[in-house]
Design a protein around this ligand. Structure first.
Ligand code: SF4
Length: 366
């Protein structure tokens, strides 16, 4: 059995570690690139969202490399994600690949569902081995996310642009190679230390911009044209609450104990939206309301044709918590020059707003 899965950021690193420790044959398709997108667009129904198209491209590339069993997240929510795996399997069969697409029920079967799938795919490996490999994969995921949080801060203030990104790439490679907890700890300490020593612009107060929107396009840089790095180049510190490690912590471990991290966000959204509308639409509205006082602005990432985010986009201008929001619709038509022009104009607007606020505060003091 050769197992493959689609990309979403660096999520393949913990899965690679898990499958290697279970001595399984894991096929990693090329990271998202223009060919992946072209394949996905070519074989997807036209109106589908970019997460479907890019993940389909990944699955086709994995099948080309010989994968016969493909893992695909699914869910029982109110959006198209629940239909992805079946549709993609059918498309792969139509293309002549005899592959099975195994749906991982991210919202309903939770951790135990995933572990059962791993047990089956690993040819009935002992539970002790599965749990130990799984824990180490999670440790890699947590380490990556802890370092990335520091990267988001340093990008905005570094004197030589690109330094934090370079260190992050090195850190991810080191995490990938680490094969015990002690090495992983050393990698974390070493790279956070290096990031904290990066030469910064003196006395520079970066703008703070939150990133919210649909899970996949927020976490897959290829689909959003690496908006976080581009904001960093413009001197903006990005804040995002969405990290895969946070999601796993709550969804797999704390939600079953009755702790729901989204309660606060949903409560904040309630005056404007009373119920779940599928995907991450409810959370997008809540994020704007909740963080309006902390952020200078918000970048809202939405896949083109994504119903939950279209609803959120239309509600956002009517909230009384008033911060500027830039919605970027992600699809195969999005181009870097257009997005950069919009980001520059947005940052310019935020800078003027901050200057005006500072001036009015000074006038009040006088
Ligand atoms: S939330 Fe939107 S983009 Fe994500 S799967 Fe559902 S419809 Fe597609």
């Amino acid at each position: 059995m050769r197992v493959g899965m689609p990309h979403m950021g660096n999520i393949y690193i913990p899965f690679k570690s898990l499958f290697q420790q279970l001595e399984m044959d894991f096929v990693i398709p090329p990271v998202n690139n223009q060919r992946t997108l072209s394949l996905g667009v070519k074989y997807s129904p036209e109106g589908l969202c970019i997460p479907f198209k890019l993940t389909l491209g990944n699955l086709i590339e994995a099948a080309e490399m010989g994968a016969d069993t493909l893992l695909m997240p699914g869910g029982s929510g109110i959006c198209r994600l629940g239909y992805y795996a079946k549709n993609q399997e059918q498309i792969l069969h139509d293309l002549g690949y005899d592959t099975e697409v195994v749906q991982i029920g991210v919202s309903e079967r939770k951790l135990f569902g995933l572990l059962k799938i791993i047990k089956r795919l690993s040819n009935n490996a002992p539970w002790s081995k599965i749990i130990s490999a799984f824990r180490f994969g999670l440790a890699k995921l947590n380490t990556m996310d802890r370092i990335e949080r520091v990267v988001q801060k340093i990008r905005a203030v570094e004197r030589i642009k690109g330094t934090a990104n370079r260190l992050f790439t090195e850190a991810v490679n080191a995490i990938d190679k680490a094969d015990d907890y002690a090495t992983l700890k050393k990698v974390q300490i070493n790279y956070i230390d290096q990031l904290n020593q990066v030469t910064r612009e003196p006395d520079f107060q970066p703008l703070i911009v939150g990133i919210t929107g649909e899970f996949y396009v927020v976490l897959e840089p290829f689909s959003n044209l690496d908006v976080e790095s581009e904001l960093g180049k413009l001197g903006v510190e990005v804040r995002r609450t969405l990290f895969v490690s946070e999601w796993t912590k709550f969804s797999w471990f704390l939600n079953p104990l009755g702790v729901d991290e989204k309660d606060r966000i949903h409560k904040a959204a309630l005056p404007y939206l009373k119920r779940d509308i599928g995907g991450d639409g409810w959370e997008s509205v809540g994020e704007k309301v909740l963080h309006a006082k902390e952020y200078d602005g918000l970048v809202h990432l939405a896949p083109f044709t994504c119903m939950p985010e279209i609803v959120a986009q239309n509600i956002m201008p009517s909230t009384k918590e008033n911060i500027p929001v830039l919605t970027i619709l992600c699809d195969e038509q999005i181009a870097k020059p257009g997005m950069l022009t919009r980001l520059e104009a947005f940052v310019d607007l935020l800078e003027r707003k901050r200057r005006a606020q500072n001036n009015s505060r000074q006038r009040v003091k006088i």
